[in-house]
Ligand binder design. Structure first.
Ligand SMILES: [Zn+2]
Length: 173
């Protein structure tokens, strides 16, 4: 049995006792989280969130890519979220390679170049990466000023979140 088949069995059990069909579309706690896709980071559990309470947007690195921004904008403007959190974490895979190296490796393996993705968004410093993502979100002209955008590093060894202070430039803005 493939893992997908196992997951489908789990869903069958889940649906048998499902009782959340009444939930409305807008997140009840009015919050959106942008986080890394790392398998050790279960955003809902880390933050004590239940189904229906938050938007959780995830990608490799917790990067405010154009698509993550698209989701955040929909989250706020259509579904009423009022606070954004960005979560990176210790021991992130994005710290282990350089865009150029991965590009060359996959290109060689596949035997062909592609136009997308343009960037893998690898980084070598967690804190500055979080700051950069905060700035990308905050500086977007369609993200209202009053929306708090706070960034954190999750420690995969302790389960604890540590807040990253935004750069002076951002704080003053
Ligand atoms: Zn990661």
């Amino acid at each position: 049995m493939s893992t997908t088949d196992e997951l489908l069995r789990a869903n069958e059990r889940y649906a048998q006792s499902f009782n959340l069909g009444h939930l409305p579309m807008p997140p009840a706690r009015k919050v959106a989280v942008l986080a890394c896709m790392d398998a050790r980071l279960t955003v809902e559990r880390i933050l004590g969130l239940d189904t229906g309470e938050a938007h959780i947007i995830r990608n490799a690195g917790g990067i405010a890519t154009e698509d993550a921004l698209r989701s955040l904008l929909i989250s706020h403007h259509l579904l009423g979220t009022q606070e954004f959190l960005i979560i990176n974490h210790t021991d992130c895979g994005m710290l282990t390679f350089k865009d150029e190296d991965l590009r060359n490796r996959v290109e060689k393996q596949a035997g062909t170049a592609t136009v997308a993705p343009v960037h893998f968004h690898a980084f070598d410093d967690l804190e500055s990466n979080v700051r950069r993502q905060i700035e990308r979100v905050r500086s977007h002209p369609w993200v209202p000023r009053q929306i708090p955008v706070r960034g954190f590093i999750y420690d995969v060894k302790t389960g604890r979140l540590r807040e990253v202070q935004p750069s002076a430039k951002t704080a003053a803005a």
